[in-house]
Design a protein around this ligand. Structure first.
Ligand SMILES: *Cc1c(COP(=O)(O)O)cnc(C)c1O
Length: 387
């Protein structure tokens, strides 16, 4: 049996933690009830599990349980936040502000709103990927209703200064939404201290199941209105209809709980692995780090490699490690990442970028093996160029 490549793509998704799976299993079979069934024990059991999960998730971000709206993931949460706020507040203004480096699940709803007549400012970022706070403040207008700035970037791992952004938004009485898909369970989040009004979450980037997430919607100071995007049975206080997916919700909460209790030890270990990989790779010339050197997720390393062909690099890496590149195939055409271009990278360097996402289960031995394989590959690709 050939080796499977070493998994280093934890920004794309993570495996479900065994403890998370164990917590979920009884809710598929024994406790299968519909949490909305109020007339019998089966419903009550499921409803109790959902209630507990809601409390765990609310605690994790310093919210209250009533402020958690379950969704199918962060894509849906972002859509609900952005389109839901636009629809609820359009009589007060039709201007939104976001960042060029956001996930498509933020950029595309904003683009959609633009097609409906809203105005959207897509702020540029500094070369290290951080927001320019003076630019943000300047962009806020009397008709601005929402600022949407991500917590942690999914490509370069850069952490935006949420507390400072929250203060600016609060001062100008503009709602602040953050996409925290990459951040929950990995960095400290507090909707009170950071003055966040809406926050998108997902389970599958933090060792939980796919297909479940949540939107935090502030209920006090101010009470945020969100127009539902799915209409039906009126679940989730009317904001998101659809039968709650009890096993996924239980797994989501368990994953976030584990993320919090193990945050410090995990992060120290994962960051050490990341730094070791970076140290190894720096033995080569012409390797660039993309994004801020320290203000980033502990498990993220995003580099660009000079003097190699991007396709050949990715192909050569395939048997060694499961990683992502900074270019995405959109309709059969390879396009450089919009995030790397926003940092000011040339398309050439964007094409030869690699995103490593190190996670809970990676070992020192794996990191050394990947580093050795990558270094050998890059050397040989550069030699080919010289012939
Ligand atoms: C993964 C991700 C999403 C999408 O989340 P899903 O739960 O897969 O829909 C949105 N934003 C960011 C920053 C992400 O990393």
């Amino acid at each position: 049996m050939p080796h499977r490549p070493i998994y280093l793509d934890c920004h794309a998704t993570t495996p479900v933690d065994d403890r998370v799976l164990a917590a979920m299993l009884p809710y598929f079979t024994e406790h299968f009830g519909n949490p909305a069934s109020v007339t019998h024990l089966y419903g009550w059991e499921a409803e109790a599990a959902v209630k507990q999960a809601r409390e765990i998730l609310a605690d994790a971000i310093h919210a209250t349980p009533e402020e958690i709206v379950f969704t199918s993931g962060a894509t849906e949460a972002n859509n609900l936040a952005i389109k839901g706020v636009a629809e609820a507040y359009f009589s007060q203004g039709r201007h939104l502000i976001t960042l060029q480096t956001e996930h498509n699940a933020v950029l595309d709803p904003c683009g959609y709103l633009r097609s409906l007549g809203f105005e959207v400012t897509f702020l540029s970022v500094q070369p290290d990927g951080l927001i320019d706070l003076t630019q943000l403040e300047k962009a806020i207008r009397p008709d601005t209703i929402l600022v949407s700035i991500m917590a942690a970037n999914n490509e370069i791992g850069v952490l935006q200064p949420l507390t400072e952004i929250g203060a600016i938004c609060h001062q100008h009485e503009v709602l602040f939404h953050t996409d925290a898909a990459q951040a929950i369970g990995k960095i400290f989040l507090d909707v009170e201290a950071m003055q966040i009004d809406l926050m998108s979450l997902t389970a599958h980037k933090v060792y939980g199941p796919k297909g479940i997430g949540a939107l935090y919607v502030r209920r006090r100071n101010p009470r945020v209105q969100v127009a539902p995007q799915l209409h039906g049975g009126g679940h989730e206080r009317g904001m998101r209809s659809g039968t709650l997916y009890t096993p996924q919700i239980v797994g989501f909460a368990e994953a976030v709980k584990l993320g919090l209790t193990e945050m410090e030890s995990d992060m120290v270990r994962i960051q050490a692995l990341r730094n070791r990989l970076w140290l190894h790779l720096q033995t080569l010339d012409g390797i660039h780090l993309n994004g801020h050197p320290t203000q980033r997720l502990p498990g993220n390393l995003n580099i660009s490699v000079e003097g190699v062909d991007g396709q050949a690099l990715l192909l050569g890496l395939q048997p060694i490690a499961a990683v992502s590149s900074g270019s995405a195939c959109t309709s059969a055409k390879i396009e450089p990442s919009h995030v790397l271009l926003a940092l000011g990278l040339s398309p050439e360097l964007a094409y030869t970028s690699i995103r490593f996402g190190i996670g809970r289960s990676n070992t020192l031995e794996e990191i050394d093996r990947v580093a050795a394989g990558a270094i050998e590959l890059i050397r040989s690709l550069r030699n080919v160029g010289k012939d």
